[in-house]
Design a protein around this ligand. Structure first.
Ligand SMILES: Cc1cc2nc3c(=O)[nH]c(=O)nc-3n(C[C@H](O)[C@H](O)[C@H](O)COP(=O)(O)OP(=O)(O)OC[C@H]3O[C@@H](n4cnc5c(N)ncnc54)[C@H](O)[C@@H]3O)c2cc1C
Length: 474
């Protein structure tokens, strides 16, 4: 029996992958949250009121799933786990997919002695958090502490609901982990245009219910505070069971922990010194482990992932990938049109895209992501990339995309799955959206899905799937 602890995005993906590869394998998922697994990536749409929590629910993985089932102990010798209600369950293979928890910075008054957020303070990680934020926002203005991806998405969502919201960020520009100062400045300007206020290069020193005191001595009078100041891998369970834990649960390329029969995937795992913060790598880890645990591909290994961040905020089209770090062998091309909310930068090394930031340049985004993902040569005219003037021939056409290429990043839909759905009768973008959920997240993959439809329409009336495509669709 395979026991998966954590019914989040990685745990769900693994359960689904195990079921697909071997329908007879006994698998049980234990999830602490009271609701079925959902697409956490799209929580900002729930906060913004543009979708419901139910719409984010992931498909039934076809294995036993127990909700409200928190694991509180692991006996690795006896191969048993203990649940919060003292029930114990045995396992042959255990997979920890416990994700991350939002952390609270050391600001006076933010949390009680037990670490629980103080009155009026809420993090942004779960559906329950979204419900709490919405409840607080009904009481008046809100502050968001932390101007990273989550802080920006939370603020945009609240502003869209007509809430007076201010982002407090100790760094001089937004999303500094993904953006250079130029892009961060243009992003703040765009968000300012839709009503988000900013206190940049300013920290918070204390929270008193209804009042956030800032490092410059001023204060914000608010009904609530959303803290988006970082996450930490959820490791206490592994640590207390004696597993090797650094920043996350240490795993090798097979997602094996230091303890035989125990594996870890997703944000709780630390692979080659790195904990993941994006869903793509978590899913790749889940796929590798599904291959190994079922024996479908004993040679499967996880060796790392390309990192692409998309902001999912209404009227803001932003993608960031790789690194823009300058160096003797790196060529960086930038274009800035702050008045129109546009900024683009692309770093090219050895003729290939090493990093890019694209804000307000939707025509450029698809081709640049494709070039980055495939490692294909960038056109000699770098500006053409930023202006979205790269002809389809210069990037990978749908025909050349591998079946495993993820087309819809919000919902993790691959080209192979889209091709399979097409062949089952979903013959346009709307039908593919219903069948696969592609395009139903941030929507930025719509052009690629449409391109796939045209390509299939012309080239694929009723052909057989190639082995590669069958594998991607599986
Ligand atoms: C608002 C928001 C926006 C995001 N946007 C993006 C984005 O645009 N792109 C992107 O790539 N990523 C994004 N992410 C990150 C993405 O959601 C995570 O990378 C992904 O969810 C990680 O999956 P996971 O399964 O490792 O962790 P989680 O999805 O957090 O799941 C872990 C689960 O384990 C459960 N659990 C923990 N401990 C126990 C226990 N002891 N017993 C039982 N269950 C337990 C938790 O309750 C939780 O349900 C976003 C995250 C948030 C919060």
């Amino acid at each position: 029996m395979i026991l998966i602890v954590g019914n989040g995005m990685a745990g769900h993906r693994l359960a689904q992958g195990l079921r697909r590869r071997n329908p007879d394998l006994p698998v049980t998922v234990l999830g602490a949250e009271p609701r079925p697994a959902y697409n956490r990536v799209l929580l900002s749409a729930v906060l913004a009121g543009t979708t419901t929590p139910e719409a984010l629910e992931l498909p039934d993985p076809g294995v036993e799933v127990r909700l409200d089932a928190r694991v509180v102990g692991i006996d690795t010798r006896a191969r048993r786990v203990t649940l919060a209600d003292d029930e114990t369950l045995g396992y042959d293979e255990l997979v920890l997919a416990t994700g991350s928890r939002a952390t609270l910075p050391p600001v006076e008054g933010l949390a009680g002695p037990d670490g629980v957020p103080a009155e009026g303070v809420v993090t942004f990680r779960t559906v329950a958090d979204c419900e709490r934020i919405a409840e607080l926002a009904r009481g008046g203005p809100m502050a968001v502490l932390g101007g990273g991806l989550l802080g920006v998405e939370a603020a945009r969502g609240l502003a869209g609901l007509g809430v007076d919201v201010t982002v407090v960020h100790p760094v001089g520009h937004l999303m500094e982990r993904q953006l250079d100062p130029g892009a961060g400045g243009v992003l703040a300007r765009v968000l300012g245009g839709v009503g988000v206020g900013f206190r940049l290069a300013t920290g918070a020193t204390a929270w008193q219910p209804g009042r956030l005191i800032l490092s410059d001595g001023s204060a914000l009078e608010v009904a609530g505070l959303v803290v988006t100041a970082g996450v930490a891998a959820q490791t206490w369970l592994a640590r207390s069971a004696g597993l090797r834990v650094e920043r996350g649960i240490v795993v090798d390329d097979r997602m094996a922990t230091s303890e035989p029969g125990v594996h870890a995937i997703g944000e709780c795992a630390e692979h080659r010194g790195r904990c993941q913060g994006l869903v793509g790598p978590c899913w790749e880890q889940a796929d590798v482990l599904a291959d190994l645990l079922t024996g479908a591909n004993p040679a499967a290994r996880y060796t790392g992932s390309a990192m692409i961040t998309r902001l999912k905020a209404r009227d803001v089209d932003l993608a960031a990938m790789g690194s823009l770090d300058e160096g003797p062998d790196v060529e960086v091309v930038r274009v800035s049109d702050a008045a129109r909310g546009r900024y683009g930068a692309v770093a090219v090394r050895d003729g290939r895209i090493a990093g890019a930031v694209l804000l307000g340049l939707p025509d450029a985004t698809g081709p640049v992501i494709q070039l980055h993902d495939s490692g294909a040569l960038a056109p000699a005219d770098r500006f053409s990339l930023l202006l979205g003037r790269v002809t389809p021939a210069a990037t990978d056409s749908p025909a050349q995309l591998p079946a495993r290429a993820v087309v819809c990043r919000c919902n993790g839909v691959t080209k192979g799955e889209l091709v399979a759905a097409w062949r089952c009768g979903s013959r346009d973008v709307a039908a593919l959206a219903v069948g696969t959920r592609a395009t139903t997240g941030c929507g930025s993959c719509a052009a690629v899905v449409e391109g796939l439809c045209h390509w299939l329409d012309e080239t694929d009336p009723e052909p057989e799937m190639s082995p590669v495509e069958q594998e991607g669709a599986a």
